[in-house]
Design a binder for this molecule. Sequence first.
Ligand code: NAP
Length: 314
Amino acid sequence: MNTQLIGATSLLSTRLSYGCWRLVGTWNPKEVTPDRIVQGKRAVVVAYEAGYTLFDNADIYCHGICESVFGDAMKEVPGMRERILIATKCGIRFPGEPNPDSPPRYDFSVEHILRSCEQSLKRMKIETIDLYQLHRPDVLMNPEEVAGAFETLRKQGKAREFGVSNFLPSFVETLQEFCPMPLAVNQVEIHLGRLDCFDDGTLDQCIRRNITPMAWSPLGGGWLGSDGKVDPKDPRASVKTKLLETLDQTATKYGVSRTIISLAWLLKHPGKIVPIVGSINPERIREAVKADAIDLSREDWYRIYTAARGKPLP
Ligand code: NAP
C-alpha cells in the first residue's frame, strides 16, 4: 500500500488503517468467548500481513478487551510492534463508573486522560502509544488542562502524537490554540451515507491545518460493502438503493467490487482521508487494500457524490 504522513508529524501510515472496534464482535465483555478472541487476534494478524500499518483502538472498545486482544495478537508476531503505528482513544466514560449512579459522560480531565493512557498501555503491553486521540468532544473541556496532559504524556514517553475525534472545526481551533504540538488527526464519520464533513468545514480545516482526516465506518458499518443491503424501513432507502446501483455500475467499469469503489471514493479527496477498515473477515480485510490502486475519475467521483446526496448539484 502507498503511505502518507499523518498530519504534520513524522508518523508514516499506509493509506488505509485497520480498526479494532469490532475485534470481538460485541460491546459486552460477558459475551466474549475464546472463539471470538481467536477470531479477533487472527484479524489483527491478517491486517498486519496484508500491509496495514496504522491500527486504531479505544479504551472503551468492549471495555478494554479489544486493546488486550490486539496487544496479545501483536505479541505473537515478532517485529510487529516496530513496524506499525498504534492509535487509541480516551475520554468517554461508561455509566456506573466509578459509582453505580454515575451517568454516561465525556471526561477530558487531566486525571482521566493520564489514567486512561496508563491502562491502555498496560492492556496493549506496550511502552508508547503513537497516536493518542480524544474520542468525543467533552463540553467541559479545559483546553489548557488537556494541553498539559498531552505534554506530560509526551515527556513521559507514553504518547508520541495527539489527535481528536468527532470534533467540529471550532472545537479543534480552541484546543489547538492551547496545544504546543500540532493536532495530527480528526477521526470523524465519513462515508457515502454521511457527507457532513464535506460541508461543515471539517475537511477544509484538515487541509488548511495539515490535520489528517481519518474516516470511521467508511462502509457505513457495512451497508456500502459488496454484500451490504439497504434497510427498506430506512427513510433514505430509495436514495441509498440508487447509490448502490451507481456504485455497482462503477465497480463493473473498474473491474473491482463495490467495497473497493466506496473506499477509493474516500481516498480520492485531496485532504488525504485515511479510511479505517473495520471488517474482521480475513478476505474482506485483504480485499480492501485494492482500493489504494484505484484512481476514480472526477466524472465517476461526482456521479457517486450526486447519487449519495440524493439531489442534483446546486
Ligand atoms: P465499516 O468498514 O464501515 O464497517 C465494518 C462492518 O461492515 C463489519 O461489521 C463488517 O462485517 C461489515 N462489512 C465489511 N465489508 C462488508 C461487505 N463487503 N458486505 C457486508 N458487510 C461488510 O467500519 P466500522 O467497523 O464501523 O468502523 C471502522 C473503525 O472505525 C472501527 O474499528 C474503529 O476503529 C473506528 N470507529 C471510530 C469511531 C469514533 O467515534 N472515533 C466510531 C466508530 C468506529 P465483517 O466483519 O463480517 O466483514
